[in-house]
Design a protein around this ligand. Sequence first.
Ligand SMILES: [Zn+2]
Length: 353
Amino acid sequence: MGLFSKTIRTLGPWGGYQLARQICRNQPRILMYHRFSDPPVKGWASPHFFEQQVRHIKDNYNPFSLVGLMQYKREHGRMPSHAVVITVDDGYRDFYQYAYPILKKYQVPSTLFVTTGFIERKLWLWPDKITWLLSQVDYIQEAVTIDALRSEAGPVNAETRQVYWQQWNDHALSLPDDEKHWFIDELARQLGKAIPEAIPPEFEPLSWDELAEMQQNGVEIGGHTVTHPSLGRVSQSQAKVEIVGCSNALNENLGRRSRTFCYPNGQPSDFQYFLPALVEDSGFLGAVTAFPDANGTKDPFLMRRHVSGDDMFQFFKATSGVELLGHRLRRDIRLRRDFFLGTTDIASPGVNA
Ligand SMILES: [Zn+2]
């Protein structure tokens, strides 16, 4: 743990969070969730902690859906004060089971970004295929070799599963979209498994009916492409098919209305310079990344998000603005160092302001 985190862990409960909340009152914080489960699963959110978080946001902040936030900004020419946005990615059924009842109970708005091909059950999300493959084998008999990738043979257990997953996921993300699908099929072949056509229950998507019901009750249904590719690895025309196709599917199934967009995977390498304009021209009012930095919500088509889940320390750090202030502090130190040393440091090409 860095010195900054240590200081915050100590000072947070003694007024540090309140101070950050005050300093950052005009800079909305956007929280990012993915999956929900009961009993809890590491890295996911469980209803027990999520309810505490929703209540805390309701009692201490001004909760908005992302499209609500963008509409407020358009109307008033500025962001609302003490705004916090809950966003959830992908469109898994567990949102309806565990998160939606809590959001409805407290009347807290939120934004759910859905991959429309997944909702239509035309595909299952490719990282889930890697997860599924690793759930089917308890020993990798022979080293996996595909192009430059080499994964050693060995047992698949709680410890090594994550290592294999990361290695294969990173390799898939480095490939152009069509090669990525070939890679996953080849992975399955080398592991001696056939990936089923139908989505297994643990990776099931929501239905259009469920989405329509939630849209009636404070959940903005935003866009997250048709097939969830890294938009950093597709041609401009392919990106357009993904973004416009997603927007059309949402409008056809849920009625035409203003929405926001979320870039799949959302890291700096998942971007290309033309994407923000493409997203805006497709009718979306704003868009989010999957990482935080000093820029916060400055660019409406590249708004930064903060990770959230069952870790209450991370939740308070993200919600109060402490995490944002930490990034600002680090940026200021870097700028000063560059000024004195005459160097420049481009940390996230393409999305660095
Ligand atoms: Zn996603």
